[in-house]
Design a protein around this ligand. Structure first.
Ligand SMILES: Nc1nc2c(ncn2[C@@H]2O[C@H](COP(=O)(O)O)[C@@H](O)[C@H]2O)c(=O)[nH]1
Ligand SMILES: [Mn+2]
Ligand SMILES: [Mn+2]
Length: 445
């Protein structure tokens, strides 16, 4: 009912599968998925998660694995955009009178919005961070060594060499490390509203009515510059592309390896960015509770993984890795329940915590969000700011943003219904529901 198969036709090398309950909503993105299915060395099939929508080259919500290519369009401009969930020991009833003030304090300490900058890291520290990831940010005073256990890839991916990034990427990157960014990026104070699986929730340390904090951000201008630089270098490599935006390099070529290394630098940067923001959040919350990481997931990345005994370059663009129980790459504490999966919905309704399963249908992948139904421009045209603000206010949600335009572009009605998306991946057993989180206060760029 939810699995739509698009049989291989024309230049497609494999079939494509779209997981959705409304195939008519997404025709443009389906054409993009068919293009992905026509790329060389693609294995098994191209997949689209239920949050699929149009993206640069590859659709957002797309998953594809190749034996020997890597494509920046299959990763996205915000390399390792991802989500981190923090837990506290605070009960909602004790905290509700502090929400407004806490949002204000967070807004004051965390650089937010377009062009926001942070303290500049010197070149040596910056190199350490991009080559080795979150552990270096922690050594520089931004966190606890035990945090690393709860970050995908333990916060560090290699090979990653500063030699493979441009001067412009370095300059953009060093100014923006430790900043939230704008638009879809957010910090949200949430309440655990509902638990679907008590045993798993206990292992994750999630309890009904407790306060949690969700961070959504990525590699800022640094990742964007790396994507831009390498797309330029790959643009004219192959002249039989179904879409120019699907530029790629063979993974075992010099350029393929250089992009892989540069992309990993951006991934390490993003893990560190979320780590530095965690450090700021801990400072603000220190008067209430300790703050621990539940997990941190990447949802725009290409990774080398083994599936059915084959080494593949798995591209997840707006999709989340969802390894099942006892996979060697998940933390000891979560071994029996599977990898935590964090799926933000929108600033007005809900977000979800799920866990991965041993279902390998789409290379152990699941959704990454609700996915847009309205593009930014459409949202500005169709939605009304006062209406959006009044709806949020009625639900008691406090919003702080640098820009009114962002609130409109990111309004709940600009996104698909998160409950629907989560229901589909749960029913298909790609990941299973553990807890529902509802927003109390949100900071948008
Ligand atoms: N809980 C919130 N979720 C949000 C908000 N703004 C966006 N979103 C969701 O995040 C995903 C992330 O997708 P990306 O491709 O833009 O990285 C998006 O699909 C939405 O479902 C928010 O303010 N709060
Ligand atoms: Mn992003
Ligand atoms: Mn994202």
């Amino acid at each position: 009912m939810y699995i739509h198969k698009i049989k291989k036709t024309g230049n497609m090398k494999v079939d494509a599968f779209v997981l959705t309950d409304n195939i008519s909503e997404i025709s443009e993105a389906i054409e993009q998925l068919k293009n992905v299915a026509s790329l060389p060395t693609i294995v098994k099939a191209a997949y689209a998660m239920p949050d699929i929508h149009w993206g640069y080259g590859f659709p957002i919500g797309g998953v594809a694995a190749f034996s020997n290519i890597i494509s920046p369009g299959g990763v996205g401009f915000d390399i390792n955009c991802g989500v981190r969930l923090l837990k506290t020991q605070i009960d909602y009833n004790d905290f509700k009178k502090y929400i407004e003030n806490t949002i204000k304090e967070l807004y004051d300490v965390i650089p937010v919005g377009v062009g926001a900058t942070s303290k500049k890291f010197d070149k040596k520290s910056f190199k350490k961070i991009i080559e080795e990831g979150a552990k270096r940010a922690i050594e520089m005073g931004c966190g606890l060594s035990e945090d690393l256990e709860y970050i995908e890839d333990f916060g560090s991916i290699s090979p990653a060499s500063m030699e493979d990034i441009s001067k412009t990427a370095y300059e953009r990157g060093r100014e923006e490390l430790g900043t939230l960014g704008a638009g879809n990026h957010f910090i949200e104070i949430q309440k655990v509203e509902e638990i679907y699986d008590e045993k798993k929730a206990n292992i994750l340390g999630l309890y009904k009515n407790h306060i949690v904090i969700m961070i959504h951000t990525g590699s800022r201008g640094f990742g964007h510059q790396i994507a831009t630089d390498y797309i330029k270098l790959m643009r004219n490599l192959h002249n039989d592309l179904p879409d120019k935006q699907l530029a790629y390099a063979y993974f075992d070529s010099d350029l393929g390896q250089k992009y892989y290394s540069a992309m990993n630098c951006a991934a390490n940067y993003a893990f560190s960015n979320r780590q530095i923001i965690t450090h700021y959040i801990r400072k603000v919350f220190s008067k209430f509770s300790k703050v621990e990481i539940v997990y941190d997931v990447a949802h725009n990345i290409a990774k080398v993984e083994k599936h059915d005994n084959q080494k593949l370059i798995v591209h997840r663009k707006g999709a989340t890795r969802a390894f099942g129980p006892y996979h060697p790459d998940i933390p000891e504490k979560y071994k029996s329940i599977g990898q935590p999966v964090l799926i933000p919905g929108n600033m007005g309704t809900a977000s979800y915590v799920m866990v991965g399963t041993n279902e390998n249908f789409a290379f152990s992948s699941t959704a990454h969000g609700a996915g847009r139904v309205l593009g930014r421009r459409q949202a500005l045209k169709k939605l009304n700011l006062n209406q959006v603000l009044s709806n949020l206010q009625k639900r008691g949600i406090i919003v702080k943003s640098k820009s009114k335009k962002t609130i409109l572009e990111e309004a709940p009605d600009a996104y698909k219904e998160i409950d629907r998306v989560v229901e589909i991946v749960d029913k298909l057993n790609l990941s299973k529901k553990v807890a529902k989180l509802i927003p109390l206060g949100v900071i948008k760029g």
